[in-house]
Design a protein around this ligand. Structure first.
Ligand SMILES: [Zn+2]
Length: 138
């Protein structure tokens, strides 16, 4: 989905509403139920974009290896100049925002470093056994 913001750019006070569901596929592997909601707005000649982005991320728990399903939410809040925006996650060319890529990149950036199936996951040792490294074994 490409969003042309040139009309918003030309007219002070105008805005463009964004409220969509996305099927991102390869742009955001593991994500389903992706939505973005917000607007592009021209306030006194300054064009800004605010987007609330959400998605469901299916992965594997780093501790126990079970399925982990995370609800990911993130926001883009940025200002456009003639060349685009300084926000690296916004994909902007020829006056148009590539919303699929922008939403996908923002979601990927929002994935936590450590994926857990639940906050109190006890890992493999919680299943009733422990991995013991025997230092004498050579
Ligand atoms: Zn776990």
């Amino acid at each position: 989905m490409l969003i042309d913001i040139s009309s918003v750019r030309k007219s002070d006070g105008s805005s463009l509403r964004i409220d969509s569901a996305f099927e991102l596929g390869e742009l955001a592997p593991g994500f389903t139920d992706v939505r973005a909601e917000g607007e592009v707005r021209n306030t006194s000649g300054i064009v800004s974009m605010k987007l609330r982005i959400s998605g469901v991320y299916s992965s594997v728990c780093d501790r126990c290896g079970n399925d982990a399903v995370l609800s990911i939410e993130t926001e883009i809040d940025t200002v456009f100049d003639a060349d685009g925006t300084k926000d690296d996650s916004v994909s902007f060319t020829d006056g148009r925002i590539d919303l699929d890529k922008t939403v996908g990149d923002a979601l990927i950036l929002a994935v936590p470093m450590q994926i857990l199936c639940s906050e109190d996951c006890e890992g493999i040792s919680g299943e009733g056994y422990e991995i013991i490294f025997d230092e004498d074994e050579n």
